[in-house]
Ligand binder design. Structure first.
Ligand SMILES: Nc1ncnc2c1ncn2[C@@H]1O[C@H](COP(=O)(O)OP(=O)(O)OP(=O)(O)O)[C@@H](O)[C@H]1O
Length: 236
């Protein structure tokens, strides 16, 4: 399969600490690629660096998207090329309604995107996207926003966290849709979700320490084994 995203030697220091230490990651076209790792391993930081978020510009290394080096491009240029990120903690946008927010994506009808995340359009489109919405509702609306963008690569940071378990299957359906449209880089702590991926990479101490079939990577993670740490200290 052709590579959609590839990083080489991606290195990020924040507050004087090495957070990403030479990341080598490859996501293929049409792939659901899961990123595993303990709390603090650097998964969200990698997601922000890939998206080009302010404050997460790497000090060294390269990010190549569909053959183009995008390392120096700002977030909006990466978004224009088809990258989208659903944050671990979805943002509030006081002053915007759900309809205003979804129409920014523009590529798919807002109502369809809401239905796909399990929210009734008539109940949500006119609501302000502020603290009156629950965390789970904002998380779903953010995922609807990613659907509306029809991205070529959706980076999803714990999309099922805070979602009630009756609705997990809807979110899994969203992940499948995004994968069929392009590819998904999924950060999750849910083993079942990770097991259903096409490939996986394990992050430990800001390095990719294991990559390949999800089952093998999950076992490696659960056994606290990586090539750089001894078993006792391998927890990110
Ligand atoms: N802006 C920042 N300044 C300094 N340190 C930071 C900053 N952002 C993140 N870190 C540190 O970088 C490390 C990796 O954080 P990150 O949020 O990427 O981990 P994670 O793997 O996503 O964890 P979790 O599974 O808990 O969400 C942590 O030790 C965190 O404290």
């Amino acid at each position: 399969m052709a590579k959609l995203l590839e990083t080489a030697g991606l290195t990020l220091t924040l507050g004087g600490r090495g957070i990403l230490n030479g990341i080598e990651l490859a996501v293929e076209k049409g792939e659901l690629h899961v990123l595993l790792g303990a709390n603090g391993a650097g998964k969200s930081s990698l997601a922000y660096a890939l998206m080009g978020c302010a404050g997460y510009r790497p000090q060294a290394g390269h990010i190549v998207f569909d053959g183009e080096d995008i390392t120096a491009l700002p977030l909006h240029e990466r978004a224009r090329r088809g990258l989208a990120l659903a944050w671990q903690e979805p943002a509030r946008f006081d002053g915007l309604t759900v309809a205003d927010y979804l129409v920014l994506g523009g590529k798919r009808p807002s109502a369809d995107c809401l239905v796909q995340v399990g929210l009734a359009p008539q109940a949500y489109l006119s609501r302000p996207l502020d603290k009156a919405l629950s965390g789970g509702e904002r998380k779903r609306i953010e995922l609807a926003g990613v659907l509306a963008l029809s991205p070529r690569l959706a980076i999803l940071d714990e999309p099922t966290a805070g979602i009630d378990f009756l609705s997990q299957t809807e979110i899994e359906g969203v992940i499948r849709t995004l994968r069929h449209q392009g590819a998904v880089l999924l950060i999750t702590h849910q083993e079942a979700l990770a097991a259903g991926a096409d490939r996986a990479s394990q992050l430990c101490g800001g390095r990719i320490v294991c990559a390949g079939a999800p089952g093998a990577v999950i076992e490696n993670f659960k056994a606290r084994r990586c090539r750089r740490c001894d078993g006792e200290t391998c927890h990110g």
